[in-house]
Design a binder for this molecule. Structure first.
Ligand code: 5GP
Length: 173
Protein backbone atom coordinates (compact mmCIF):
# COMPACT_ATOMS: atom_id res chain seq x y z
CA UNK A 1 0.00 0.00 0.00
CA UNK A 2 1.38 3.46 -0.91
CA UNK A 3 2.24 5.78 1.99
CA UNK A 4 5.04 6.10 4.49
CA UNK A 5 5.62 4.79 7.99
CA UNK A 6 7.46 6.56 10.79
CA UNK A 7 8.24 4.58 13.93
CA UNK A 8 6.49 6.07 16.98
CA UNK A 9 6.92 3.41 19.71
CA UNK A 10 9.68 0.84 19.37
CA UNK A 11 9.37 -2.87 20.06
CA UNK A 12 11.54 -2.50 23.19
CA UNK A 13 9.43 0.39 24.50
CA UNK A 14 6.22 -1.59 23.94
CA UNK A 15 7.52 -4.67 25.70
CA UNK A 16 8.88 -2.72 28.68
CA UNK A 17 5.60 -0.86 29.20
CA UNK A 18 3.50 -4.01 28.82
CA UNK A 19 5.56 -5.78 31.50
CA UNK A 20 4.77 -2.87 33.85
CA UNK A 21 1.08 -2.98 32.99
CA UNK A 22 0.90 -6.73 33.61
CA UNK A 23 2.36 -6.36 37.09
CA UNK A 24 0.12 -3.38 37.87
CA UNK A 25 -3.01 -5.26 36.77
CA UNK A 26 -2.08 -8.22 38.97
CA UNK A 27 -1.28 -5.93 41.93
CA UNK A 28 -4.76 -4.40 41.61
CA UNK A 29 -6.39 -7.88 41.56
CA UNK A 30 -4.41 -10.03 44.00
CA UNK A 31 -5.45 -13.71 44.07
CA UNK A 32 -8.24 -13.21 41.52
CA UNK A 33 -8.73 -15.16 38.34
CA UNK A 34 -8.77 -12.43 35.71
CA UNK A 35 -10.82 -12.61 32.53
CA UNK A 36 -9.12 -10.68 29.74
CA UNK A 37 -11.63 -9.65 27.08
CA UNK A 38 -9.66 -8.95 23.90
CA UNK A 39 -11.33 -6.59 21.44
CA UNK A 40 -10.52 -8.04 18.01
CA UNK A 41 -8.88 -7.75 15.72
CA UNK A 42 -6.58 -4.90 16.73
CA UNK A 43 -5.71 -6.06 20.26
CA UNK A 44 -4.53 -9.59 19.42
CA UNK A 45 -0.82 -8.80 19.74
CA UNK A 46 -1.22 -6.65 22.86
CA UNK A 47 -3.34 -9.41 24.40
CA UNK A 48 -0.69 -12.05 23.72
CA UNK A 49 2.05 -10.03 25.40
CA UNK A 50 -0.12 -8.62 28.22
CA UNK A 51 -1.46 -12.07 29.16
CA UNK A 52 2.12 -13.32 29.52
CA UNK A 53 3.01 -10.30 31.66
CA UNK A 54 0.26 -11.00 34.24
CA UNK A 55 1.31 -13.53 36.87
CA UNK A 56 -1.31 -15.98 38.16
CA UNK A 57 -4.61 -17.22 36.77
CA UNK A 58 -5.97 -15.61 33.62
CA UNK A 59 -8.83 -16.54 31.30
CA UNK A 60 -9.10 -15.24 27.74
CA UNK A 61 -12.26 -14.21 25.89
CA UNK A 62 -12.55 -12.64 22.46
CA UNK A 63 -14.96 -9.96 21.32
CA UNK A 64 -15.04 -9.15 17.62
CA UNK A 65 -15.76 -5.50 16.81
CA UNK A 66 -15.65 -3.54 13.56
CA UNK A 67 -15.84 0.25 13.66
CA UNK A 68 -13.61 1.66 10.91
CA UNK A 69 -14.60 -0.35 7.86
CA UNK A 70 -11.16 -0.04 6.27
CA UNK A 71 -10.70 3.76 6.40
CA UNK A 72 -8.82 6.10 8.69
CA UNK A 73 -11.85 7.83 10.25
CA UNK A 74 -14.18 6.32 12.83
CA UNK A 75 -17.72 5.80 11.58
CA UNK A 76 -19.06 5.92 15.15
CA UNK A 77 -21.17 2.85 14.46
CA UNK A 78 -20.00 -0.24 16.34
CA UNK A 79 -20.66 -3.66 14.88
CA UNK A 80 -20.20 -6.83 16.97
CA UNK A 81 -18.73 -9.41 14.61
CA UNK A 82 -18.14 -12.08 17.31
CA UNK A 83 -19.63 -12.21 20.80
CA UNK A 84 -18.02 -13.72 23.92
CA UNK A 85 -18.23 -17.51 24.15
CA UNK A 86 -18.53 -17.70 27.93
CA UNK A 87 -20.44 -15.89 30.68
CA UNK A 88 -18.64 -13.10 32.54
CA UNK A 89 -21.14 -12.98 35.40
CA UNK A 90 -19.21 -12.64 38.67
CA UNK A 91 -15.84 -12.47 36.89
CA UNK A 92 -13.10 -9.88 37.41
CA UNK A 93 -12.74 -8.61 33.84
CA UNK A 94 -10.28 -6.41 31.99
CA UNK A 95 -11.23 -5.28 28.50
CA UNK A 96 -8.07 -5.26 26.36
CA UNK A 97 -8.18 -2.69 23.54
CA UNK A 98 -5.60 -1.54 21.02
CA UNK A 99 -6.47 2.15 20.95
CA UNK A 100 -9.10 4.54 22.28
CA UNK A 101 -9.78 7.49 20.01
CA UNK A 102 -13.24 9.12 20.16
CA UNK A 103 -14.23 6.68 22.93
CA UNK A 104 -17.43 5.72 21.12
CA UNK A 105 -16.42 2.07 20.68
CA UNK A 106 -15.39 1.59 24.31
CA UNK A 107 -18.45 3.40 25.64
CA UNK A 108 -20.65 1.06 23.63
CA UNK A 109 -18.73 -2.03 24.77
CA UNK A 110 -18.77 -1.07 28.44
CA UNK A 111 -22.52 -0.60 28.40
CA UNK A 112 -22.94 -3.93 26.62
CA UNK A 113 -20.67 -5.79 29.10
CA UNK A 114 -21.83 -4.14 32.34
CA UNK A 115 -25.34 -5.58 32.02
CA UNK A 116 -23.83 -9.08 32.01
CA UNK A 117 -22.97 -8.75 35.71
CA UNK A 118 -19.16 -8.93 35.96
CA UNK A 119 -17.73 -8.58 39.49
CA UNK A 120 -15.46 -5.84 38.17
CA UNK A 121 -14.86 -4.40 34.70
CA UNK A 122 -11.73 -2.43 33.87
CA UNK A 123 -10.19 -1.11 30.67
CA UNK A 124 -6.62 -1.62 29.48
CA UNK A 125 -5.66 0.11 26.25
CA UNK A 126 -2.25 0.01 24.65
CA UNK A 127 -2.69 3.44 23.07
CA UNK A 128 -4.82 6.44 23.95
CA UNK A 129 -5.57 9.55 21.88
CA UNK A 130 -7.13 11.70 24.62
CA UNK A 131 -7.28 14.83 22.46
CA UNK A 132 -9.85 13.25 20.16
CA UNK A 133 -12.36 12.09 22.79
CA UNK A 134 -16.05 12.66 21.99
CA UNK A 135 -17.37 10.79 25.01
CA UNK A 136 -15.78 10.34 28.43
CA UNK A 137 -14.40 6.87 29.11
CA UNK A 138 -12.87 5.75 32.42
CA UNK A 139 -9.64 4.12 31.26
CA UNK A 140 -7.84 2.20 34.02
CA UNK A 141 -4.59 1.19 32.27
CA UNK A 142 -2.91 3.06 29.41
CA UNK A 143 0.26 1.91 27.65
CA UNK A 144 1.07 5.18 25.87
CA UNK A 145 -0.88 8.39 25.25
CA UNK A 146 -0.21 9.53 21.69
CA UNK A 147 -1.04 12.60 19.58
CA UNK A 148 -4.00 12.61 17.18
CA UNK A 149 -2.27 10.80 14.31
CA UNK A 150 -3.25 7.63 12.49
CA UNK A 151 -1.08 4.75 13.67
CA UNK A 152 -0.55 1.21 12.46
CA UNK A 153 1.43 -1.83 13.57
CA UNK A 154 1.47 -4.14 16.58
CA UNK A 155 -2.05 -5.32 15.75
CA UNK A 156 -3.37 -2.04 14.33
CA UNK A 157 -4.21 -2.04 10.64
CA UNK A 158 -4.98 0.05 7.63
CA UNK A 159 -7.20 -1.98 5.32
CA UNK A 160 -6.00 -5.17 7.10
CA UNK A 161 -2.32 -4.40 6.41
CA UNK A 162 0.52 -3.57 8.86
CA UNK A 163 -0.89 -5.59 11.78
CA UNK A 164 2.29 -7.70 11.78
CA UNK A 165 4.73 -4.83 12.45
CA UNK A 166 6.37 -5.44 15.85
CA UNK A 167 6.30 -1.67 16.59
CA UNK A 168 3.79 1.20 16.33
CA UNK A 169 4.21 3.62 13.42
CA UNK A 170 2.49 6.78 12.20
CA UNK A 171 1.04 6.24 8.74
CA UNK A 172 1.13 9.12 6.26
CA UNK A 173 -0.74 8.69 2.98
P1 5GP B 1 -13.03 5.06 18.82
O1 5GP B 1 -14.38 4.43 18.81
O2 5GP B 1 -12.45 5.24 20.20
O3 5GP B 1 -12.97 6.33 18.00
O4 5GP B 1 -12.07 4.12 18.01
C1 5GP B 1 -11.68 2.90 18.47
C2 5GP B 1 -11.25 2.03 17.33
O5 5GP B 1 -10.91 2.78 16.18
C3 5GP B 1 -10.02 1.26 17.70
O6 5GP B 1 -10.33 0.04 18.31
C4 5GP B 1 -9.34 1.08 16.37
O7 5GP B 1 -9.85 -0.08 15.74
C5 5GP B 1 -9.75 2.28 15.57
N1 5GP B 1 -8.72 3.33 15.58
C6 5GP B 1 -8.74 4.51 16.23
N2 5GP B 1 -7.62 5.22 16.00
C7 5GP B 1 -6.86 4.44 15.19
C8 5GP B 1 -5.55 4.61 14.60
O8 5GP B 1 -4.84 5.61 14.76
N3 5GP B 1 -5.11 3.58 13.82
C9 5GP B 1 -5.84 2.44 13.60
N4 5GP B 1 -5.29 1.51 12.82
N5 5GP B 1 -7.07 2.26 14.12
C10 5GP B 1 -7.56 3.24 14.91
Amino acid sequence: MAGSLRSLISEDQLQARIRELGLQIRADHPNETLTLIAVLKGSFMFLADLARAIPGDVRIEFLGVASYHGGTRSSGAVQITQDLRGSIEGHACVVVEDIIDTGLTMDYLMRMLEVRGPRSLKIATLLDKPSNREIEVRVDYVGYAIPDEFVVGYGLDLGELYRNLPYVAVYSP
